[in-house]
Design a protein around this ligand. Structure first.
Ligand code: SF4
Length: 464
């Protein structure tokens, strides 16, 4: 059996951009380093597929234990089918140089029903594309497929004592949709195989496709030619707006001619061009109350794909920890109070109770919150609003308003392998309460992250 050339994930890369599949196959060293926050997003909900297997119990897992064992997985699947196995998990098939691993394959009379599990509550176009590819490979491998369904999470499911998988999951038969897409899939595979064997990478300009549906792996390589500072470093514009302006005006200076820019966009462009920070003293002063002493507070939250606490829903956000520090107007700081719930019970309630215990009344509380996932029952002053509202800006804030971007702008560098984003801390917490073997290390990293977040917050407050 020939080694496959495409897989489900590489096919989706090729669907996004033919240059991406060319580079993936021919110049993988040009790939960007995967940021930990993207890894955290991908690993969210990895155990959802295992839960979904219980919808069809008694199956045997045919999947490869290592990515290099794909051939063995295909042979194991074929053997299980020949042996009359009725339910197969991670069934492997190859056709037209393309390998797929199907989450669940179930015998139905003399045919098979195929199921692919998605850990999301929504079925996106990408999921249909990937289902169509799987259906194509299954049919062309000679499997008699009766139906193809996508299994997703029902976002309205409410947890009570234990997970009821029949309520948690929604099964949608997409056989007609994937059948309709079959001829297109064949053409797309041929197109991708053709591009991969070309001498040179296809000439494809950068565009919004570099970020849709996923951030491309080769942005660092393809975007080298964009002169800096560019319109792509203006965080108050979304990607579509940035590309519109880039295509119309090319240079950042000329973008200022656009009538479509608002005041914040203009201020950020001017700041980028002059490399001078911006501060609207009057607006900042009216935003920040006068204080002798104040708190700086960082609250961490996580959103488990599978609900854990009675009355909660999939992907519901829960606060799980915080760090709090008292500061004085003269710049002195008190001890840091840190807390992290053990996650056995709803951590949100415990975190709020703990905060109530330690917070003194009538002292302003400053936060820097780029996410609005959780609300805590205390009046807080979110300093990220100052940047969002255009009252404060530093030209090194180029991507977004997260504290990671702010830390770069303020020259606060994280140590090697440190957590830099809330989503990574959330993933680590999820690992901890799942009993991950590196629990101690993860706890220390979350603690370091909390401390650094307070440093960023106090640095910003004193700079205002
Ligand atoms: S960065 Fe953009 S143009 Fe380059 S390979 Fe990726 S998607 Fe294609």
């Amino acid at each position: 059996m020939e080694k496959h050339i495409l897989s489900k994930s590489t096919y989706i890369k090729g669907e996004q951009c033919l240059k991406q599949i060319y580079l993936t196959k021919n110049q993988p060293k040009l790939r960007d380093r995967m940021p930990p926050e993207r890894i955290a997003i991908f690993s969210r909900g990895t155990n959802v597929g295992i839960y979904a297997q219980d919808l069809f119990p008694g199956g045997i897992d045919a999947g490869p234990k290592h990515y290099s064992q794909y051939r063995k997985a295909i042979e194991t699947t074929a053997q299980l089918i020949a042996d009359g196995q009725e339910v197969i998990y991670e069934a492997a098939f190859q056709a037209h140089h393309t390998l797929i691993l199907l989450d669940i394959l179930v015998k139905n009379g003399d045919a098979w029903d195929a199921y692919e599990v998605k850990s999301s509550p929504y079925l996106t176009e990408t999921y249909y594309k990937d289902a169509a590819l799987q259906y194509y490979v299954l049919v062309n491998s000679g499997v008699n497929i009766r139906s193809f369904s996508l299994i997703s999470i029902d976002g309205n499911y409410t947890y009570s004592e234990e997970i009821d998988i029949h309520q948690l999951f929604t099964i949608k038969d997409v056989t007609e949709e994937v059948k309709e897409r079959m001829p297109k899939v064949a053409l797309k595979i041929d197109e991708q195989l053709g591009v991969i064997t070309q001498e040179d990478a296809p000439q494809i300009e950068i565009g919004p496709h570099c970020y849709k549906p996923y951030d491309c792996d080769f942005i660092g390589h393809c975007w080298k030619g964009v002169n800096r500072p560019s319109i792509f470093e203006i965080p108050s514009l979304n990607k579509e707006q940035q590309f519109d302006l880039f295509n119309k005006y090319k240079t950042l200076e000329h973008c200022l001619e656009s009538p479509d820019l608002n005041q914040i966009n203009r201020m950020q462009i001017r700041s980028q061009l002059s490399k001078r920070p911006y501060k609207n003293n009057e607006a900042v002063q009216s935003f920040i109350p006068k204080y002798e002493e104040a708190y700086i507070l960082k609250v961490l939250s996580f959103k488990p794909a599978l609900p854990r606490y009675t009355g909660s829903k999939p992907y519901q956000a829960f606060a799980f920890g915080f760090a709090l520090q008292k500061i004085k107007a003269n710049g002195s700081k008190g001890d840091i109070i840190r807390y992290m719930a053990n996650g056995k019970k709803n951590p949100n309630d415990i975190v709020i109770a703990k905060l109530k215990e330690v917070l003194e009344e009538n002292i302003p509380i400053f936060t820097y919150s780029s996410s609005k996932d959780i609300s805590i029952p205390f009046k807080t002053i979110d300093l990220s609003e100052l940047i969002r509202l255009g009252h404060f800006y530093r030209p090194k804030i180029t991507k977004d308003y997260t504290s990671k971007s702010l830390a770069i702008a303020m020259g606060i560098r994280p140590p090697f392998k440190a957590i830099e984003m809330d989503i990574v801390a959330a993933q680590y917490y999820n690992d901890i309460i799942d009993g991950h073997k590196d629990t101690q290390d993860r706890m220390l990293r979350i603690r370091d992250f909390l401390d650094r977040e307070l440093r960023i917050l106090s640095g910003l407050l004193f700079a205002l």
